[in-house]
Ligand binder design. Structure first.
Ligand code: ADP
Length: 389
């Protein structure tokens, strides 16, 4: 079964075509700068610089690429049985992979207010795919769904109940990634009632306590700004800062949002959110870059301690996404001084990455430290496939 996975952003569209259930990737690519003066379409080795006024033109190019006799991918777009869409916010309505119909689209629209930056683009992707691949079933996989198992003790904020009734609660994000890597970790551990902490450290970052294969708590909350220090987001801050910025320093709500979302985090602390540059600066002796990394890794340690206390233990700590998979320095700083908790890193294993997943824990440690590359697209394809068979 051929399953096309789409991840639609406001000006970009990432896609992968899988042959399922093998998980073989037939096409991988992206369209960038949609709606701008000059766009770019890339599929496997094919690259085209062209204007892409809307998502429609991007998907038309993809369809043409798939049908091209030279590429021999499909003879007819009918061969694409399913289009699986990543949808960021499913509120508390969507807890499972969902076949898309008019009602589902209406619901996704209702959730725009909870994810104003993401859900509108996700819906555009869905509506465009319905036009370009009319014979395929459209399926939505939600980034919040995995976290719907978080119990009330962890998803409820201590604010008046009328707001909880309006849906103001912890939702959590990066669920597709936390689910994928935690499942891999469960396979490696091979035990029941496993206690796992997954660290998704990309430009956005979050930590999740996965207890007995279910999300039990996560660092992001009602929105994606909470929790860990991130590339350009502040992570946890004292709420009074927001009132102070607005009331005393006269920033508008939009400006405050922009500051905390786009101008904070490592960009504010280190002057850049690219960890390769930050590590280079540290190696060259920059105290500012080192302090930034200490603040960053400390914000992660705080959640590790929190989650271990909640689960009364930990079997494995998982590192994933751009930074988690590629930065031995960040991994080492996170694990420093955690031997009391049974966490100790093996420097050799940490510094010598091998392909795919690997264990970097010291042989004397009780806790497995696993580097597991995330693959959200494959997880979407798998969940879409399971819904169909
Ligand atoms: P997102 O999908 O959220 O944009 P990614 O998971 O692709 O994020 O991660 C992006 C981050 O990964 C960037 O901050 C980048 O600096 C970091 N990164 C990528 N490769 C490396 C590397 N080799 N060493 C350190 N950091 C890296």
């Amino acid at each position: 079964m051929k399953i096309l996975v789409l991840n639609s952003g406001s000006s970009s569209l990432k896609f992968q075509l899988f042959d399922m259930p093998s998980g073989r990737v037939l096409v991988k690519g992206l369209a960038e700068r949609i709606g701008e003066k000059s766009g770019r379409f890339k599929a496997n080795d094919y690259l085209l610089e062209t204007v892409l006024p809307t998502h429609r033109e991007a998907l038309e190019l993809l369809s043409k690429f798939l049908l091209s006799p030279e590429n021999k991918i499909v003879k007819n777009t009918k061969e694409i049985t399913v289009v699986g869409h990543r949808v960021v916010h499913g509120g508390d309505t969507f807890i499972q992979p969902t076949l898309i119909n008019q009602e589902v689209k209406e619901k996704i629209k209702e959730l725009f207010s909870l994810a104003p930056l993401h859900n509108p683009a996700n819906l555009t992707g869905i509506e465009t795919a319905e036009k370009i691949f009319p014979d395929a079933r459209q399926v939505a996989i939600f980034d919040t769904a995995f976290h719907q198992t978080i119990p009330e003790v962890n998803h409820r904020y201590a604010i008046p109940g009328q707001f909880y009734d309006l849906g103001i609660r912890k939702y959590g994000f990066h669920g597709i990634s936390h689910q994928y890597v935690s499942q891999k970790a469960v396979e490696i551990l091979g035990k029941n009632n496993s206690k796992i902490i997954t660290l998704h450290l990309g430009n956005g970052a979050s930590a999740t306590a996965v207890w007995n294969e279910k999300s039990y708590d996560t660092s992001m909350g009602f929105g994606p700004m909470n929790g860990l220090v991130m590339g350009t987001r502040s992570g946890d801050i004292d709420q009074s800062i927001i009132f102070y910025l607005q009331d005393k320093l006269q920033f508008s709500p939009d400006e405050v949002q922009n500051i905390l979302n786009k101008e904070s985090g490592m960009k504010a602390l280190a002057g850049t959110n690219d960890f390769r540059d930050i590590e280079k600066a540290v190696a060259e002796g920059s105290k500012k870059a080192l302090l930034a990394l200490e603040i960053y890794t400390n914000s992660i340690k705080k959640y590790i301690g929190n989650f271990i206390a909640q689960m009364n233990g930990i079997d494995a700590l998982v590192f994933t996404a751009g930074i988690g998979e590629n930065s031995p320095l960040v991994r080492k700083m996170i694990c420093k001084n955690l031997d009391y908790l049974g966490i100790a890193i093996d420097d050799d294993k940490n510094n010598n990455p091998i392909d795919n997943q690997y264990d970097i824990s010291s042989e004397f440690a009780n806790v497995k430290l696993l580097v597991i590359p995330t693959n959200e697209e494959l997880e979407i394809a798998r969940q879409s496939y399971q819904l169909m068979v």
